[in-house]
Each structure stands twice: as structure tokens, then as C-alpha cells.
Ligand binder design. Structure first.
Ligand code: HEM
Length: 414
């Protein structure tokens, strides 16, 4: 068999879609695969099997996040300056995660359902009378943004500005989203800023002002709750607060947007399933969302760094080596999922790794994202009797986040 390997280090590779044949080849022939980097990087291991990705996720003492969670190599000064919750290990990570997790716990999230539904209904009803539109700009971009605005207690008129900044950070490899494209222009002046982008300074400033207002007049939103001292007497300092705010704007927006978009794309391919939506039970709708998450695997990878020599799949990973957990490959592992390339809403035991799995870093926003996706598709089912593609879609230029930037659709209203 010839090696159909595409360059997984190149952001351009992913513009045409996830190179599934490459990952399938690696899973079958070289599941723990070494890649040299041509841009001066020191090379990395790819974990492509579900089992190995879960092993690395679970063993954060062997696979550290402290030296970065993206492929790029950063020196110590850079790593330190750009550190957020994601680039921490225990016990520092455990402490900060405890401080920020309450508003994202299942109990809290359950109380947001009415707000999510109100936003979904408003977005969909504002389209009434239109049969053709771009699903991303009209629907999936607006819902996560407006919900995050509610959670953080931010005025509606600031949300567009915030989302553009979030896109510029997470989409820092796509010229449509930022002029500071990390692998195309010299961004060395911003090497000490999150996402190597001056845009994070704007978000820091915005966060400081919003926090100051809440110090003077406390409100009942997530930002105010972050200012409270815990029962253990713990508080967050200003930089930690700014970093967390920036992380939420970056991590909480486009991931959910792209997962919803990919979910609709899957249903466009499966009109039979779309027709079943209105009669699905709550459990079935939740199962559908899990399959959308597996299918889309929007966060395609996270990186770790080995803290010690470790054997995986007959390969010896050396202390200090970069190790990439390819979630998008693990979610299509044929040894773990039956017919992985089939979209099956009724998949039993769908233990996908779209949010990570058994990891201390398991996505903080997982319950919120699930709720937003379920409610959106419930409201879509109540309004549209059919949906089809109305033109070509376009994907993000990134090997980190896999998403469709625009999805022209044609719908039939009930
Ligand atoms: C479908 C949408 C989403 C996907 C696919 C996704 C995916 C992920 C993944 C894969 C991780 C890393 C897990 C690991 O390292 O094991 C992560 C972490 C994180 N996510 Fe999400 N995410 C989504 C939505 C959200 C939302 C809505 C928020 C917040 C409002 C959010 C906030 C975070 C934060 C703060 C972390 C870092 C957690 C930590 O390091 O402890 N995410 N997410």
C-alpha cells in the first residue's frame, strides 16, 4: 500500500476537509507516528488511536500541558506570558479550575435552558420569510455569542466586537479572520501575548473595565462570581481574570458555532434523519448531539509534552517530546466505533473525545455547548420541514480547529 500521507502540519491541508485517509492510514500502519516539522519546529508524535488518546488525556502527570497545547514551539518566556487554564498542570490547574467551574457545572447549565431557547427562537424567527441564507452568519454564529454575553453579563451591542476578536484569536491561521496570520506574517512582536496576537490586548482591556464595573457594583453574572473569594479564601488575580475572560471569548464561541454547523451539514446529507427530528425523544435528541460532536470533532487536536520516557504502541516517546492527541482521528477509530464514517444518531456508548475524555482539562464548556446544540435543533425541527444546500461552503484554514465558515442553505418553513 502506498502512503497517502498528507502534510498534517500544514493549515492549508485542512481547507479541503479533514484528511481522513491519512489518519486511517496512520491508525492502521503507524498509530504512534513521528512527524518532522519543516518550519524549525522540533517534530512531534501523533497519537491517532482512541485508546492512546484517552491514555494521554488521563495521564496528565506524564503528558503535561505546561509547555503549550498547540503545535508551535514557544520559549520559556513566551509560555509563561501566554499561560491560561489550558496550559497548566496540577496543582496550579486544579486550583484555578475549581475557582472558575461553578457556572459551567451541569446544575448551573440546566438553569440556562430558557435563555438559550429564547435566543434560538429569536434568531430563527427573525429569518421568517427568507428561504435562502447563510446558516453560519444568520444562526450558528449568533447563538453561542449571545449566550456567552448573557452569562458574562455583557451588553448586546458589544457582542459583535467580541466575537470578531475571538475569531481573530482562534482563527489566527486564517487570513479571513486576522491580519496577524501566525505562519504568514512576522508576529514576533506579539510573541508574549495569547495566540501571538495583539488582539488579546484589546480583550484584556475590555475585561479589566467590565471587572472594575462589577467591583463597584456587583451583578449576578459569571464575571461577578469570578471576583468572589471562595470558602477556602482563594481569589483570582487581575492577569488570571483577564486570561480567563480571553479564553472564554476564544474557546466558547467558534467551537460551538462550528459544531452546530457541522451538525446541520450532516443532517443535510441525511434528510431521513432530519425528518425524524420532531418525533425524537429527549434521549434520542441528546444522542444526536453526541454524534454531531463525534462527527465534527471541531477541536482537531491538543498537544502535550512528555515529562518522562514512555512506551506507547511499541514506540518510545522521550521526556521532552511533543505529543499530539488527534481527537479527529480517535473519533473515527474503526477499532473503537462501528462504521465510524457513518453518521448514526442512535450510536450506543458514544464515548467520543470531542471534548477530551477522562482529562483534568475536559472542556469546561461541554455542558453548555451540548445544551445550545440540542435546543437549536429542537427549535429548527419545529420550524423547518426540510433543509438543503444552496451553494458551496468554505472551511477554516487551520489544523487546530475544523470548521465551516459559511453554509448557504435553502429551507422550507412549516
Ligand atoms: C462544541 C463546542 C466545544 C468543543 C468541541 C470544545 C472542545 C474542547 C477541547 C477538546 C478542550 C480540551 C480538552 C483536553 O485538553 O482534554 C476544551 C477545553 C476548554 N474549553 Fe471547550 N469546547 C467547546 C465549547 C466550549 C465552550 C462553550 C466553552 C466556554 C464557554 C469552552 C471553554 C473551554 C475551556 C475554558 C477549556 C480549558 C479547560 C481546561 O484546560 O481545564 N469550550 N474544549
Amino acid at each position: 500500500m502506498t502512503e497517502p500521507l498528507k502534510d498534517i502540519t500544514s493549515h492549508d491541508t485542512f481547507v479541503d476537509g479533514v484528511p481522513h485517509e491519512t489518519f486511517a492510514y496512520l491508525r492502521a500502519n503507524d498509530p504512534v507516528h513521528w512527524t518532522e516539522e519543516s518550519d524549525g519546529g522540533r517534530g512531534f508524535w501523533s497519537l491517532t488511536k482512541h485508546e492512546d488518546v484517552v491514555f494521554a488525556s488521563r495521564h496528565s502527570e506524564i503528558f503535561s500541558s505546561r509547555q503549550g497545547i498547540r503545535l508551535e514551539d514557544m520559549d520559556e518566556e513566551e509560555t509563561e506570558a501566554r499561560r491560561t487554564l489550558m496550559e497548566m498542570d496540577a496543582p496550579e490547574h486544579t486550583r484555578l479550575r475549581r475557582l472558575v467551574s461553578r457556572p459551567f457545572a451541569p446544575k448551573s447549565i440546566a438553569t440556562y435552558e430558557d435563555a438559550v431557547r429564547e435566543i434560538a427562537v429569536d434568531l430563527l424567527d427573525s429569518l421568517k420569510g427568507k428561504d435562502e441564507f447563510d446558516f453560519v452568519s444568520s444562526v450558528s454564529r449568533g447563538l453561542p455569542m449571545r449566550m456567552l454575553g448573557r452569562l458574562l453579563g455583557l451588553p448586546n451591542e458589544d457582542l459583535e466586537w467580541l466575537v470578531l476578536r475571538g475569531d481573530a484569536l482562534i482563527g489566527n491561521t486564517d487570513p479571513d479572520f486576522t491580519e496577524y496570520v501566525v505562519d504568514q506574517v512576522d508576529t514576533s512582536a506579539y510573541r508574549l501575548l495569547p495566540f501571538r496576537s495583539p488582539v488579546s490586548l484589546e480583550l484584556f482591556e475590555y475585561a479589566s473595565q467590565a471587572l472594575e464595573e462589577r467591583r463597584i457594583t456587583p451583578t449576578h453574572d459569571v464575571l461577578s462570581s469570578l471576583l468572589e473569594t471562595t470558602v477556602e479564601g482563594d481569589t483570582l488575580d487581575e492577569l488570571a481574570l483577564q486570561n480567563f475572560f480571553t479564553l472564554m471569548v476564544a474557546a466558547g464561541n467558534d467551537t460551538t458555532r462550528y459544531s452546530m454547523t457541522a451538525g446541520l451539514q450532516a443532517l443535510i446529507e441525511r434528510p431521513d434523519l432530519f425528518a425524524q427530528l420532531p418525533s425524537m425523544t429527549l434521549e434520542q435528541r441528546k444522542g444526536l448531539v453526541e454524534e454531531m460532536l463525534r462527527w465534527s470533532s471541531v477541536t482537531m487536536h491538543f498537544r502535550r509534552t512528555a515529562t518522562q520516557d514512555v512506551e506507547i504502541g511499541a514506540k518510545t516517546i522521550k521526556a521532552g517530546d511533543k505529543v499530539v492527541m488527534w481527537f479527529t482521528s480517535a473519533n473515527f477509530d474503526e477499532d473503537h466505533f462501528d462504521s465510524p464514517y457513518e453518521f448514526r444518531a442512535d450510536r450506543a456508548h458514544n464515548d467520543h473525545v470531542a471534548f477530551g475524555l477522562f482529562s483534568p482539562h475536559l472542556c469546561l464548556g461541554a455542558h453548555l455547548a451540548r445544551l445550545e446544540m440540542r435546543v437549536l435543533f429542537e427549535e429548527i425541527a419545529a420550524r423547518w420541514s426540510s433543509v438543503e444546500s444552496a451553494g458551496p461552503s468554505e472551511r477554516l484554514r487551520s489544523n487546530f480547529i475544523g470548521g465551516t465558515k459559511q453554509l448557504p442553505i435553502r429551507v422550507t418553513w412549516r
